[in-house]
Design a protein around this ligand. Structure first.
Ligand SMILES: Nc1ncnc2c1ncn2[C@@H]1O[C@H](COP(=O)(O)OP(=O)(O)OP(=O)(O)O)[C@@H](O)[C@H]1O
Length: 342
């Protein structure tokens, strides 16, 4: 079966800062991901780790500095933009921003159908009403304006709009983050139902590991634009191997923080070795100078010197090093277990 999205060694650099002091931001660095038909891949990581940039790459909206991206086996740059529009869709964090406030809901939902010029207005409206019903909204909602709806209803409208052309791939970028917890659960359930009936593939970007685990088949963990770990959702919850993934788990309350010393903050900077070196509680001398190799096991890949080819946590090449707030090496501290408690 052809992979829907195939990204190979993708890097994206932005120029930032004033003209007299330009700075290069490595938003993505050497990222490779496959998203297969009917698969929902989760993308997690802290703010600034490159999630949205990767999402935009998948939609063909962000040019790569290097690397390749294919959609259904063809380089995305070679595909007709118009044709792509019906095959790719996005649901973003804030439906207030993505829905035009001056357009009635039915008009917004029908808008992507305009790529099919042969469709009459009556036929388009019929499809819209059917889609609104499918996302759990009464057809009368089509005559209302976005500001007459609740946040959850607005997000259902965004989902209807994304699904109306029956796309092969949908990007969900923080699609439930702005909603109340109870509404979040309803939208996540809806997403699962729709995915199993419509069969689209998706990239689900979220800060929320629990939501990611609930809807995703696989999860990619991003840090400073690079993949730290890629694993099945079961592993994300119980058996993540990378210290960074464990730090995210602890921060989100998914595991007991006693099992990890990694703190999530923004003082890390990439070194010539592992990007996580300055923050990792179990870093070793070689982590500073050597990029971690890819360790692949049946369930996924992890990019960490501590994980051996067989997937076991290795004993490392010396005492781990701790760092103070400025990242300077301190005296070695006792290694804390990488294994999850219980
Ligand atoms: N157009 C741009 N110009 C310059 N820098 C950019 C641009 N877009 C993103 N960046 C930088 O690239 C890095 C990755 O940004 P990105 O928005 O992809 O991260 P993110 O993980 O989605 O963050 P968040 O969760 O806060 O949305 C950040 O350092 C960001 O400041």
């Amino acid at each position: 079966m052809t992979t829907i999205i195939s990204i190979r060694n993708a890097s994206v650099q932005f120029r930032s800062g004033p003209p007299w002091a330009p700075r290069i931001v490595n938003a993505l660095h050497n990222v490779s991901i496959d998203i297969k038909p009917r698969q929902i891949v989760g993308l997690v990581g802290e703010s600034g780790s490159g999630k949205t940039t990767l999402g935009r790459v998948c939609l063909g909206l962000q040019e790569l500095t290097s690397g390749t991206i294919e959609f259904s086996g063809t380089p995305i740059a070679k595909l007709d933009r118009k044709q792509l529009k019906g095959q790719l869709a996005a649901v973003l964090q804030n439906p207030r921003m993505s829905l035009n406030p001056s357009l009635r809901v039915a008009h917004s939902v029908a808008e992507p159908l305009k790529i099919d010029r042969h469709l009459s207005a009556t036929e388009a409206r019929k499809q819209v009403d059917k889609m609104l019903e499918r996302v759990g909204l009464a057809s009368g909602v089509g005559n209302r304006f976005p500001n007459e709806l609740s946040g959850g209803q607005r997000q259902r409208v965004s989902i209807a709009r994304a699904l109306i052309t029956n796309p092969k791939f949908i990007l969900f970028d923080e699609a439930v983050s702005a909603l109340d917890v109870s509404v979040q659960a309803q939208i996540l359930n809806l997403l699962r139902e729709l995915q199993s009936s419509a069969g689209f593939a998706a990239l689900f970007i979220s800060h929320d590991l629990a939501a990611t685990r609930y809807v995703c088949d696989r999860v990619v963990v991003l840090y400073h634009g690079g993949i730290m770990e890629e694993c099945g959702r079961r592993m994300l919850y119980r058996e993540a191997r990378h210290p960074y993934t464990r730090g995210l788990q602890a921060a989100s309350g998914l595991i007991d923080a006693a099992g990890t010393a990694l703190k999530l903050d923004d003082r890390a900077g990439p070194s010539s070795g592992c990007a996580l070196f300055r923050r990792c509680p179990v870093s070793m001398p070689r982590c500073e100078t050597q990029l971690p190799p890819t360790r692949t096991s049946g369930e996924g890949s992890v990019f960490c010197h501590l994980v051996s080819d067989a997937g076991a946590t290795s004993s490392g090449d010396g005492d781990p090093i701790s760092h103070d707030a400025r990242g300077a090496a301190q005296t070695p501290f006792r290694r804390r277990s990488l294994h999850m408690p219980g």
